[in-house]
Every structure is written in structure tokens, then in C-alpha cells.
Write a protein that binds this ligand. Structure first.
Ligand code: NAP
Length: 278
């Protein structure tokens, strides 16, 4: 039986990059999107093609759900349960940028509410739903204790511990005064990581955060010229744009249980942006 991953916002950009890396590892995939069904279908076909190159078949299903809505979050979890019957990895990736970058002296409540709903409330309550299911799964799984013990002893049993990964951002700590709502939501998401890491560790469910830097996707397309200039000027020690697959590879490392004694851990996938230099 393949492990199962639910990836939010998997139709495009970073979510799609994560899907392709997990397909290579043999995960069955639930790919969430909200608007672009064609892109979601294309991501699904790409994941299936990659899996065919690398090993046994996987199943990939797409599911429309607006994560800012409680009913849609519930139905996304129910669809995942009905389709796959289990959940080994939740990746909270879906997110939006402000429609208009506005100085914090002028920014609107409307933009604030939208950013909070999609980028913070959505992943917080989706994690709550997924975590309860994962706890039941860990408690009820007859092989869980044995496999966990084999794992601790360095055996080769397949990991059974479910995991949760939040895709935050360098904006969790780096200030942009023209998109304060985005920064506040991402800083909040970092606290979500820490809270659930502490709450779920007793069940063997580990929670991680990935902080992408400047990644080439639809989200950053409108500011491409600005970041081209900044990167050429030395913004990041690794002087290039990041790719969705760069973020996907960090997810793959966690998915393979390569960080078994870490939870609440932050992985910077940012070309070294976070390093302080004189
Ligand atoms: P993107 O290319 O704009 O893709 C966004 C994805 O999220 C799409 O799949 C979109 O679905 C989905 N989505 C948007 N609103 C949603 C909602 N209400 N419910 C469900 N799905 C929703 O963005 P990206 O650059 O890949 O960003 C992905 C994540 O990485 C975001 O959380 C973003 O904040 C974070 N991040 C990005 C960068 C960067 O430089 N790009 C850097 C740091 C962090 P549809 O296709 O259906 O619209």
C-alpha cells in the first residue's frame, strides 16, 4: 500500500513541485486546488508520468476546495478519507499574495481578512481536522508500534508516522511594509507549526515548516524584474531564483523520515537569504 499525501494548492507553482517529488517517492496524492481545474488535471498527469518512470503505480486525485471555508475543508478531508482511507502526510501549501501591494498606512481590512482566511485560518483548521484523523490512525494501526520500534532500532520497516508540513515563507520574519497582511499571516503560520508540533509529538506525529525564499511561480511573476535585480545585486548567497522542485525536495526529505528526532523544525529553502552578513 502506498503512503498518502494531501497537498493543498497543488495545481500550480510550489504545490505542483511538491506533488512531483512525492510522486517520485511513490506517494498516492490528493491534489487540492480552488479555481484552476485544468492546471490541477495537468499536475495530476505530470505526477502519474513521473511515478511511471520511478516505480510502482500511484493514484492521483484532484479535489476542488476553498480552504478559507470550513465546509470545504471538511469535504476535502472527507474526500481524502473516502478515496484513500488513510493520510500519511499533510502539506499546507495553498496561499495567496495580496491583490494589491499597499503600504501599511493605507492597507485595507478587506485584504487583511482575505489573507488571514486563506493563509492562516485555512491551514490552522485543516491541520486540526487532519491531526484528529492522524491520531486515530496512529492509535488504531496494528503495525504502528512494531514499525516505530524497528525504526528506532535502525531497522528498515517502512515509516508509519504521519507528518504535517507548513509552507510558510521568509516573510514570517522578513519585513515588507507594502504587504503587512501577508507577513502577519506567515508569522502566524510559524506559530501554528510550533503549537501542533508540541501537541502532536506524543502521538509520534511530527510537524515541520518550510520557509521558501524567492521562488519562480505565478505568485512572483508580477515582481520578476524587481527580484531579478535584487538577486543580481547579491540578495541571496546562492545567486538564482528558487524553483518549485527545490521546495519539493525539502518536503521529500521530511516525507522519507530523514528528520526523525526533529519536530517544529524550520527548513529554510531560500538560497541562504536568512544568513546575516556584514
Ligand atoms: P501560486 O503559484 O500562486 O499557486 C497558489 C496555489 O494555491 C494554487 O494551486 C491555487 O489554486 C491555490 N490556492 C489559492 N487560494 C486557495 C484557496 N482559497 N483554497 C485552496 N487553494 C488555493 O503560489 P506559489 O508561489 O506556488 O505559493 C505556494 C505557497 O508558497 C503559498 O503559501 C505562498 O505563500 C508560499 N510561498 C511562495 C513563495 C514564492 O516566492 N513563490 C515564497 C515563499 C512562500 P488555483 O490554481 O486553483 O488557483
Amino acid at each position: 500500500m502506498n503512503p498518502v499525501a494531501l497537498i493543498t494548492g497543488a495545481s500550480r507553482g510550489i504545490g505542483r513541485g511538491i506533488a512531483l517529488e512525492l510522486a517520485e517517492l511513490g506517494y498516492d496524492l490528493m491534489l487540492n486546488f480552488v479555481r484552476d481545474a485544468r492546471a490541477a488535471q495537468a499536475a495530476s498527469r505530470a505526477a502519474l508520468a513521473i511515478a511511471r518512470q520511478f516505480g510502482p503505480p500511484i493514484r492521483v486525485v484532484t479535489c476542488r476546495a476553498d480552504l478559507s471555508l470550513a465546509t470545504d475543508r471538511q469535504s476535502l478531508i472527507e474526500s481524502t478519507r473516502a478515496t484513500f482511507g488513510r493520510l500519511d502526510l499533510l502539506v499546507n501549501n495553498a496561499g495567496v499574495a495580496p491583490s494589491v501591494r499597499a503600504d501599511i498606512l493605507d492597507a485595507t481590512e478587506e485584504s487583511f481578512d482575505r489573507l488571514m482566511a486563506v493563509n492562516l485560518k485555512g491551514p490552522y483548521f485543516l491541520t486540526q481536522l487532519a491531526a484528529k484523523w492522524m491520531i486515530d490512525q496512529v492509535r488504531g494501526h496494528p503495525g504502528a508500534a512494531k514499525a516505530a520500534a524497528a525504526h528506532r532500532a535502525g531497522g528498515r520497516a517502512r515509516p508509519v508516522r504521519p507528518k504535517i508540513i507548513n509552507i510558510a515563507s521568509i516573510s514570517a520574519y522578513a519585513l515588507s511594509v507594502n504587504r503587512g497582511d501577508y507577513c502577519i499571516a506567515k508569522a502566524g503560520l510559524s506559530m501554528v507549526t510550533a503549537l501542533f508540533a508540541a501537541r502532536l509529538a506524543a502521538y509520534g506525529i511530527h510537524v515541520y515548516e518550510i520557509r521558501p525564499g524567492v521562488i519562480a511561480t505565478d505568485m512572483t511573476r508580477p515582481v520578476k524584474a524587481k527580484y531579478d535585480r535584487l538577486i543580481a545585486g547579491g540578495l541571496t548567497p546562492i545567486a538564482r531564483w528558487g524553483t518549485p522542485r527545490d521546495v519539493g525536495k525539502a518536503v521529500a526529505a521530511i516525507a522519507q523520515d530523514l528528520l526523525p528526532f526533529s519536530t517544529g523544525e524550520v527548513l529554510n529553502v531560500d538560497g541562504g537569504f536568512h544568513l546575516r552578513r556584514l
